[in-house]
Design a protein around this ligand. Structure first.
Ligand code: NAD
Ligand code: DAU
Length: 354
């Protein structure tokens, strides 16, 4: 088999780092190129265990730079793209919507155009995989599920920017016949998630006995998926998905935020040897997120039926493993919350560049 070069964008982030690790290990015969601009959310320490693998390569570049995207895709003779780079945090999109418009819409359009030109120029190119979110479908009431056919109804600057990028990706398939595939996934959890997101933020605060800020009344529902199961789904869709199709990915694991925070408190009390129930006293209800979506729930029947994917862990196993990981990696949490992780790139790569 000829060597492939798979470009993964956003590989220094949370989900991207799990995907890069998986692909580097699973496909030693192929080159895995991680393209990331290393925003506050990008942390190369997440990939320490694979950074010296022969088939792993890191390129620091910004998807907002079209010329850079064209250069990278052509120089590396990229045979496929898995696109995760994005601004990903809903709260930040409320205070700074424009950076979401730039990166998630224009950045995706840049990358798409560069890949399209490469493909139209006759290069070997398997497909462009756009990794998206269930938030594009809007907010559910107490019943029902998001299907691949559910009409888009994004309601935050983040989800609107992801929805726009999904439309542009689909338009490239319809207009140019460009081989694309899209996935829309529910909330991920697991190691290496930036502690601005609910689960690592709560774990970090519980360990420091700080207040646990639950938005509104805590009854909003999310469908939680172990991050490595998202990575396995992406790998499978990349290899076996059908061009032009969309696949929903979910954990079949709906929980109210308050139930989840209470569960984390109890697991942490157990693991830290604290009095049962003591961490729950840290729970503090705070002002709600503006436009807070009430409920997300994914029907992932299509990927299960058509590609045979299923989650590997039960929620009980996944949450326990997650808490264990953050407690065993408190230095990682400390470096991320203090900002010192941002010097890792300089220490690892700047000397090699000069
Ligand atoms: P993240 O914020 O942890 O990581 C994003 C990565 O993208 C970072 O490494 C960052 O440096 C990089 N990046 C940002 N802007 C860039 C730019 N202009 N050029 C190059 N790189 C840039 O995000 P995540 O939670 O790992 O999410 C990854 C993708 O999956 C996103 O597209 C997100 O919309 C999607 N998604 C996330 C979830 C979730 O629960 N986290 C669920 C479904 C879909
Ligand atoms: O559904 C997929 C999406 O899940 C991804 O596309 C996004 O990139 C990812 O950030 C995530 O979005 P959410 O807004 O659902 O995740 P977050 O961790 O920010 O919040 C989860 C829930 O917890 C949400 O209802 C808001 C609430 N929350 C969050 C924080 C940070 C709190 O109550 N308190 C908090 O401090």
């Amino acid at each position: 088999m000829s060597q492939k070069t798979i470009l993964i964008t956003g590989g220094a982030g949370f989900i991207g780092s799990h995907l890069v690790r998986r692909m580097v290990r699973a496909y030693p015969e192929h080159r895995i190129v991680n393209l990331d601009s290393l925003t506050y959310a990008g942390n190369l320490e997440n990939l320490k265990d694979v950074e010296s693998a022969d088939n792993y390569h890191f390129v620091k570049a910004d998807i907002n730079d079209l010329a850079a995207m064209q250069q990278v895709i052509s120089e590396w003779q990229v045979t496929g793209v898995i696109h995760l780079a994005a601004e990903s945090h809903v709260d930040r999109s409320i205070t700074d919507p424009l950076s979401f418009i730039h990166t998630n819409i224009v950045g995706t359009a840049n990358l798409l155009l560069a890949a399209l030109k490469h493909w139209q120029g006759g290069a070997e190119f398997d497909r462009f995989f756009h990794v998206s979110t269930d938030e594009v479908y809007g907010s559910l009431g107490k019943t029902g599920y998001f299907l691949e056919t559910t009409p888009y109804d994004p309601r935050s600057p983040y989800s609107a920017s992801k929805a726009s990028s999904d439309h542009i990706v689909r338009a490239y398939h319809h207009t140019y016949g460009f081989p694309v595939v899209i996935s829309n996934c529910s909330n991920n959890y697991g190691p290496y998630q930036f502690p601005e997101k609910l689960i690592p933020l709560m774990i970090n605060n519980i360990r420091q006995s700080k207040a646990l800020p639950v938005y509104g009344d805590g009854t909003n529902v999310r469908d939680w998926l172990w991050v490595e199961d998202h990575a396995s789904a992406i790998d499978l869709i990349y290899r076996e998905g059908v061009d032009g199709e969309t696949y929903n990915i979910g954990g079949n694991n709906e929980m109210q935020n308050i139930e989840l925070v209470q569960l984390l408190c109890d697991v942490m009390d157990d693991q830290l040897g604290r009095d049962p129930g003591s961490s729950r006293e840290l729970i503090t209800f705070v002002k709600d997120r503006p436009g807070h979506d009430a409920r997300y729930a994914i029907d992932s029947g299509k990927i299960q039926r058509e590609l045979g994917w299923e989650p590997s862990l039960t929620p009980q196993q996944g949450f326990k493993k997650t808490v264990e990981w953050y407690l065993a990696n408190q230095e990682w949490l400390d470096r991320v919350t203090s900002g010192t992780y941002q010097t890792y790139y300089e220490s690892m790569y700047q000397s090699a560049e000069s």
